[in-house]
Write a protein that binds this ligand. Structure first.
Ligand SMILES: [Zn+2]
Length: 449
């Protein structure tokens, strides 16, 4: 059989032979790899409607629509068919399917070379940007090799300890996760600084990173959620900074919109759309960069879907995106504000959600809010503050999802194929239905040229 894969392979070989026989060394191609964690296809559809300008009759297309080229199969190397971020990121970073939880190692626990490491071995500059801890499963799988994703300290150690031809693997890290670098048993920030890395330990010090190598760790754990953050476009801003710092040499840049997944796990649609808006901003910056620098290839995909998001739910043929646009905080922060409120809790609810409540809806929230608690049978039996908060968050989400006709099927991941987007030099190799490992294999070929 003459498969699309073998066709690409022979074209790749032909291209390499042609370049050799012509005696022309191809210019090195910079690679930008963007991953929307948890961004199944329903997220990009939902975002198109969320980002639409209601003042115009048409529904405008999004940057995702402009860049779409194909789909990818995400199943992991074990028999579950539903991947986690570690196995998926390892497939995307190495071209090898592995079991869930594994970071940069195959099913037999053997380390596998990643795209970022191959880039460094070719003399590229390397950078990773994420809104999660920079040691989280996705970035971890591009620059570390450990048996389980929970080993954040070991992943941070490897960023420092593992060298390629005597050089540090990473020229730039921007994201969260400072606690894994500044620890009681080891201070990696000190060690990096001793080796010439510029360092910023919070967002306000960001401007101190004026040259490479550099380390920006802007939060102890994950960065604040886009919807609750004073910097709702922090991924876009970090991406701009990374491009400024990387300058003119060929580079490999990983950008992860980490928290789409976290909003999906929470089944929080307003939270997810705010993360998508930040990713949209980052993609526009990157697309403009590729337009100016034709020797650049950008590939964008998701590792898996999260939450089983549906546009429309409970048999209703409608999705109330206008109401979603009016929500100003994550359900988690709405619950915190309601718990801190007294008799004015309804005012706070209205400020944060823009939604008027029926009497039954009011009661469903009120029973969890101490200062306005109903007496008698309706009062909750729960006295544990964490359990009360959890119940209130769940009730807030129930109201928002019901009102907006947003559906969710799980608090975990889902196994449908994800979209692949590509732009710039060689983007045509990513069209059609690929295995997620094919994405890495095509990118390795870019280095081989
Ligand atoms: Zn997840």
């Amino acid at each position: 059989m003459f498969s699309a894969g073998s066709l690409y392979r022979s074209l790749g070989l032909f291209g390499a032979l042609f370049a050799q026989s012509a005696g022309v060394a191809a210019a090195p191609v910079s690679i930008i790899f963007v991953i929307g964690d948890g961004m199944g296809p329903s997220y990009t559809t939902a975002y198109r409607y969320f980002a639409d300008d209601p003042a115009t009759a048409d529904i405008e297309t999004s940057v995702f629509d402009e860049l779409l080229v194909g789909m990818a199969r995400t199943y992991p190397g074990d028999s579950t068919l539903v991947t986690d971020s570690a196995a998926a990121a390892t497939a995307l970073s190495t071209g090898v399917k592995t079991r869930n939880g594994a970071i940069g190692v195959d099913e037999h626990h053997k380390p596998v070379q990643t795209l970022l490491e191959a880039a460094k071995a070719r003399g590229y500059q390397t950078a990773m940007v994420a809104t999660s801890p920079i040691t989280h499963a996705t970035p971890g799988s591009f620059a570390a090799h450990v048996g389980h994703r929970s080993e954040n300290n070991e992943i941070a150690d490897q960023y420092f300890d593992q060298r390629i031809d005597g050089r540090f693997k990473l020229d730039l890290l921007l994201g969260g996760g400072r606690q894994y670098f500044e620890r009681k048993d080891r201070n990696l920030v000190k060690e990096f600084r001793k080796h010439g890395y510029a360092f910023a330990g919070d967002w306000q010090q960001r401007h101190k990173l004026k040259r490479l190598p550099a380390l920006g760790l802007f939060a102890p754990e994950g960065m604040p959620s886009a919807l609750d953050s004073e910097q709702p476009l922090r991924l876009q801003q970090m991406t701009e900074q990374a491009l400024d710092l990387l300058g003119k040499k060929p580079f490999f840049l990983l950008v992860e919109a980490s928290q789409i997944d976290w909003c999906g796990h929470a089944n929080d649609i307003a939270c997810a759309m705010a993360e998508m808006r930040d990713m949209d901003g980052a993609l526009r910056v990157l697309k403009a960069y590729v337009d100016k620098h034709p020797d650049t290839l950008m590939v964008v995909t998701a590792d898996h879907g999260t939450g089983g998001l549906s546009i429309g739910a409970n048999g209703v043929y409608d999705w109330d995106v206008a109401s979603i646009r009016g929500i100003k905080a994550t359900a988690n922060r709405i619950a915190d504000q309601l718990l801190a409120a007294d008799e004015n809790w309804q005012e706070i609810w209205l400020q944060l959600t823009g939604m008027n409540l029926s009497e039954a809806e009011q009661r469903s929230l009120q029973r969890w809010i101490p200062h306005s608690r109903l007496s008698g049978e309706d009062a909750p039996q729960q006295h544990n503050p964490a359990a009360v908060k959890g119940a209130l968050v769940a009730q807030v989400l129930t109201l928002i999802n019901k009102r907006t006709h947003t559906g969710w099927t799980t608090s975990g991941h889902t196994g449908e194929d994800v979209q692949v987007f590509a732009y710039g030099k060689g983007h045509e190799h990513f069209a059609g239905n690929l295995n997620n490992t094919d994405i890495a294999k095509h990118l390795f070929r870019v280095f081989a040229k």
